[in-house]
Design a protein around this ligand. Structure first.
Ligand code: F58
Length: 827
């Protein structure tokens, strides 16, 4: 088709950024897309019209980007991730387009409630926590630093569950984010790939007499692409997020229909559609769940087939595949890509092993996000054999060649061979996905300096000894667009005014300019006013949602993240109960008024995490209703912590709790979001806390607790928490009070699993760190009483957060791992 020349009017309404064109576009979209006029439009109609108005402008940039990338044949990053925790699109896209103010004015002139429109958007919660959110931050930064990229993943029909709190307990509700339609995606029904499962393999001779293998799957599903444009900040670059939905091939039902098997036809359809139906809501891998492995293979296969299609379209052959694409494996969930790329290159495209292996290894790169041994993904060989028989053969062959190399390198070291093997032979035989990813990748990275060091010395030690040059650290980062500009516009305005420019939004190191003003009393006052305003907003929201409105004058002490024992929400609880006892014993005690706010979801099957939520609410009920203490202390659980609610929380926090047991949190990214928004951190030397503390200055960070080497040492010596319990009278009293039933209407059994676990096992050394934590909180309490100094520290925290922009992380990946260059798209 020849594109007709644009008339002025079309240019105006579909792409123009003036107030008039935005208004016209909005009205047009309401009429012609939603089929509504203002008098009968629902909130959703009004939101959809706004979304389509913004989307048109994105699509123009996306087409320009795609054209340019094609002309330049640019090396493209393919980020493979089972999760993307995107958060609402509308406000973020307006910021990146630079139209927030003008759109707000346009909205006012149309008599629209701008805030209500923003509130109406349901966020796509296609992830569990940090890992999925990191993928979303990286998509924003890839576009912003102008790197051609495609994010590949799964279009789950149901994302992470919505959390309600009923009688203090977490109740899960299914997330129906697609119910009202998703205006940000473009369905690509013709962009579809077959994905096989099960069946058998056979050998055959091809036309040239070569012995080859063919996989005859038992079942085939199709993956259909859904594209979401991801626009960078202040640039034309627009990348793609391509998510796959599983469907049954039509031919499948017809076949069954023809032989009269109606039930069989419907069943096959349901089975196919189940694959992309729901996100597994666990923050640890689902051991042995067949559907989970199917999800992984499904999206990886579609993505690689798509890349091969692109490369064949450009080059006509696959010999330079690795020059065109750099694949990043976001943890082991897409690790099957190593075997699938080998299969596609050899079985489908006729390549020899050596060439295919060379291409695979040069294409793939692997990020590890966890040190928790129970979180290292392995799959039973028997399951693999049943579901992916050809891939198991390929894995065996990769392993055979790999272990031959190891044997020659370490003569006679059979233990090492067993430790490095892709197959765990101890007990039920299992495929080790981290080993598959490591062997098939040219770079392996951890996500914070400490994490990478621990990777090298613990879980991946043998690999590090084998290939030290493949190991790298890339410390995580977060996008300042969403987590400062979108979520905290007052702060953004104050920073821009103080620094004299908004350059910091694309170059976060510019925040350093704030340092010169940290002592300035005038700035401190405005800084505090901005914080207080955010606290008032949050307090109002919490009041409406929970019936309890905290006092914005009190210190907002916040811990928001998945609920997990290693993250130690219960350490904070012990401190709260300790404070409670202090106040009860001495009602005139001098204490800074504090509101402790928790947010986070527990995996539905994680009993202890759910009990921690119950305990938070139970303690809150007693503390908040006790007139003797409630001038000093309040406790509140924010229900349904997700990206949208996080955006209310980060700007309002005074104190950020980052208190995991040292050596357990790979990086953390919430720590960065809080600090950027001027919260001071109380934290252990874990994950990126170490680097944050070095960056903001040791005096501006409340550090406490055992270090990672100390944790290791204590565990080697034999850790006996009951001895700490016996020796520390205050700690004992706190634990006994919880166990006594004071917080459970006299039920002395309810919290017993928690208190017994602490006293007799305490795998995350809560008791060992209790005293240090309480002492450190005392220092926090004192610091709060000197507001000018607190404000100065808060300004310095923000000022020194430049290194924690995800733009910096992406530049490091681009230079050190992917070897890709920016391709600017001007608009
Ligand atoms: C998180 N991992 C780390 N996994 O815990 C956190 O320290 C780090 O900052 C973040 O990754 C980004 O690097 C994480 O969120 C998951 O949620 C997986 C979901 C799928 C099952 C296994 C855990």
């Amino acid at each position: 088709m020849n594109t007709p020349p644009r008339t002025d009017a079309r240019e105006h309404t579909r792409t123009g950024l003036s107030k008039e064109s935005l208004k016209q576009a909005y009205v047009d979209n309401l009429f012609y897309v939603q089929g509504r006029f203002p008098e009968v439009a629902t909130d959703n109609d009004l939101y959809m019209a706004a979304a389509f108005t913004v989307r048109d402008r994105l699509l123009e940039r996306w087409i320009k980007s795609a054209r340019t990338f094609k002309e330049h044949n640019s090396r493209t990053v393919c980020y493979l991730s089972a999760e993307y925790l995107l958060g609402p699109h509308l406000a973020n896209n307006m910021v990146n387009l630079g139209i927030t103010e003008i759109a707000r004015e346009a909205g006012e002139e149309l008599d629209l409630d701008f805030e209500c429109i923003l509130e109406t958007e349901e966020e796509p919660g296609l992830g569990n926590g940090g890992l999925g959110r990191l993928a979303a931050c990286y998509m924003d930064s890839l576009a912003t630093v102008q790197i051609p990229a495609i994010g590949y993943g799964i279009r789950y029909e149901f994302g992470i569950f919505d959390q309600a709190i009923v009688d203090g307990w977490q109740v899960e509700k299914s997330d129906t984010w697609l119910r009202n339609g998703n205006p940000w995606e473009v369905a690509r029904p013709k962009l579809a790939f077959d994905v096989g499962f099960g069946g058998r393999t056979e050998q055959y001779q091809d036309a040239s007499g070569r012995l080859r293998v063919r996989w005859i799957p038992h079942m085939v599903v199709i993956g259909v692409g859904y594209d979401t444009p991801i626009l960078g900040y202040g640039v034309g670059n627009t990348n793609l997020l391509r998510l796959w939905k599983s469907e049954a091939p039509e031919s499948f039902d017809f076949q069954a229909f023809n032989v009269g098997d109606y039930y069989g036809a419907v069943h096959a359809k349901i089975e196919a559609e189940t694959i992309s139906k729901v996100l597994y809501p666990n923050d640890e891998p689902e051991a042995g769940k067949e559907l989970r492995l199917k999800q992984q293979y499904f999206f990886v296969s579609c993505s690689l087939q798509d890349m091969i299609r692109l490369q064949l379209g450009i080059a006509g052959s696959l010999g330079a595949f690795h020059e065109k694409f750099a694949v990043q494996l976001n943890d082991t969930h897409p690790a099957i890509a190593v075997a699938e790329l080998m299969r596609l290159l050899m079985d489908v495209h006729g390549m020899e092993w050596d060439q295919a292996w060379n291409i695979t290894r040069r294409t793939c790169h692997f990020t590890n996000h966890t040190l928790l041994p129970e979180a290292l993904e392995t799959w039973p060989v028997a399951l693999f054999e049943r579901l992916l028989p050809r891939h198991l053969q390929i894995i065996y062959e990769i392993n055979r060649r790999f272990l031959d190399e190891v044997r020659v390198r370490y003569l006679g070291d059979d233990d090492r061979v067993a430790r490095l093997s892709l197959i765990d032979e101890g007990g039920e035989r299992r495929v080790r996905m981290a080993h598959l990813a490591a062997v098939g990748s040219s770079a392996i990275n951890g996500v914070a300096a400490l994490h990478t060091e621990l990777l090298k010395s613990t879980v991946m030690r043998d690999f590090y000894e084998l290939w030290p040059e493949r190991f790298q650290n890339v410390t995580n980062g977060v996008t300042p667009r969403r987590f400062m500009v979108v979520s905290n516009p007052r702060l953004a305005r104050l920073i821009t005014e103080t620094c004299g420019s908004d350059r910091w939004v694309r170059d976060l190191d510019c925040l350093r300019d704030l340092e010169a003003h940290a002592e300035d009393h005038g700035l401190q006052e405005r800084w505090r006013a901005v914080k207080t305003a955010a606290k008032e907003d949050l307090a109002g929201w919490l009041g409406r949602r929970t019936g309890f409105t905290p006092d914005p004058e009190s210190m907002f002490d916040v811990q928001a993240k998945r609920i997990h024992e290693y993250k130690r929400q219960h350490l904070s609880l012990l401190h709260i109960v300790w404070l409670y006892e202090q106040i009860k014993q001495n009602p005139s005690i001098e204490l800074s008024p504090r509101t402790v706010i928790f947010g986070g979801k527990a995996a539905p099957g994680y009993f202890m995490a759910k009990l921690i939520i119950k305990l938070i609410n139970a303690v809150g009920e007693v503390v908040n209703n006790d007139p003797q203490v409630n001038g000093h202390l309040r406790v509140i659980f924010m229900p349904d912590f997700n990206v949208k609610n996080g955006q209310r929380l980060y700007p309002a926090a005074d104190l950020s709790e980052q208190i995991s047991m040292a050596g357990k949190e790979a990086s953390g990214t919430g720590n960065m979001k809080f600090s950027m928004n001027g919260a001071l951190t109380i934290g252990t030397l874990d994950g990126a806390n170490v680097e944050i503390r070095d960056a903001v200055g040791h005096d501006n960070f409340f550090m406490f607790g055992l270090t990672a080497p100390e944790v290791q040492q204590r565990q080697q010596e034999g850790y006996r928490p009951w001895e700490i319990y016996k020796a520390d009278a205050e700690l004992r009293s706190v634990i006994d009070l919880i166990a006594s039933g004071l917080f459970s209407h006299g039920d002395a059994e309810l919290f017993r699993p928690l208190t017994d676990n602490l006293v007799y096992h305490d795998p995350f050394m809560v008791l060992a760190d209790f005293r240090a934590y309480v002492d450190c909180q005392r220092r926090v309490d004192h610091a709060w009483r000197a507001p000018r100094n607190w404000d100065r520290m808060s300004i310095l925290n923000t000022a020194r957060m430049g290194p924690f922009s995800s733009d910096r992380s992406i530049r490091e990946y681009a230079e050190r791992i992917w070897q890709v260059e920016p391709v600017p798209i001007e608009i």
